[in-house]
Design a protein around this ligand. Structure first.
Ligand SMILES: Cc1ncc(COP(=O)(O)OP(=O)(O)O)c(N)n1
Ligand SMILES: Cc1ncsc1CCOP(=O)(O)O
Ligand SMILES: [Mg+2]
Length: 208
């Protein structure tokens, strides 16, 4: 079943450890509509078990679960979708594996790339890097609010802005045309991830 796509995507921090699950529980309890399992550098077994635990935390709350990079793991744990970047399985190939009822998102930084991903069947796009971030290294220069807006104007699917997103920056991103935002540090790095999630949700509500 394809779940509706929420406007706040909380991405787990890369290590997928026990604190990561506690952050997910706090974000879900605070009303996060989407959690993305993003764990780097771990074994398939660790990623699978972590993703399964996230699904078990999210299902009772009706929270949509996406898995970063790995459509096989997403399907194995019953997640709602998969997020695919330039180094991941091509989106069209993932669609052949996953079938029509699985949310597939792609990463885009410009209108041409965005239109290509939509043509391949993307249900939504993660667009950025909007602002500079220390969470992920090796990123190209930020595209800024204007760059997010240029992509949003070019495609009919939801645009989720990512990179350096804070509650204070939500309004300008939505005003530029983004549907929602994706965050790592704003929640996982917060002393109170639940309160941080609620602040982001308020900022999104205020930006309608
Ligand atoms: C919502 C959302 N947007 C963009 C990304 C980045 O994905 P990708 O380019 O595959 O980079 P990694 O996250 O795999 O480092 C995302 N994960 N989610
Ligand atoms: C996964 C990813 N892709 C582009 S930036 C990023 C990390 C975003 O992290 P933060 O929200 O802490 O800037
Ligand atoms: Mg990826």
């Amino acid at each position: 079943m394809t779940s509706a796509l929420g406007r706040l995507h909380v991405l787990t921090d890369a290590d997928g450890g026990p604190r990561a699950l506690a952050v997910v529980a706090a974000a879900v309890a605070a009303g996060a509509p989407v959690v993305q399992v993003r764990a780097k550098g771990c074994s398939d077994r660790v990623l699978h078990d972590f993703a399964r635990a996230v699904v078990e935390l999210c299902r009772p709350a009706g929270t949509t679960v996406l898995v970063n990079d790995r459509v096989d793991v997403a399907l194995a744990v019953g997640a709602d979708g998969t997020h695919l970047g330039a180094d991941d399985l091509p989106l069209a190939a993932a669609r052949r594996v996953a079938g029509p009822g699985h949310l597939l998102g792609g990463t885009a930084r410009d209108p041409q790339q965005a239109r290509q991903l939509v043509a391949e069947g993307a249900d939504y796009l993660g667009v950025g890097p909007a602002f500079a971030t220390t969470t992920k290294t090796g990123l190209p220069d930020p595209i800024g609010v204007a760059g997010v807006g240029a992509v949003a104007a070019a495609v009919p699917v939801p645009v989720i802005a990512i990179s350096g997103v804070t509650a204070a920056r939500v309004g300008e991103l939505i005003a530029a045309g983004a549907t929602g935002v994706a965050v790592v540090g704003a929640v996982t790095g917060a002393a109170d991830p639940g309160a941080a999630t609620a602040e982001l949700l308020r900022a999104l509500e205020d930006s309608r």
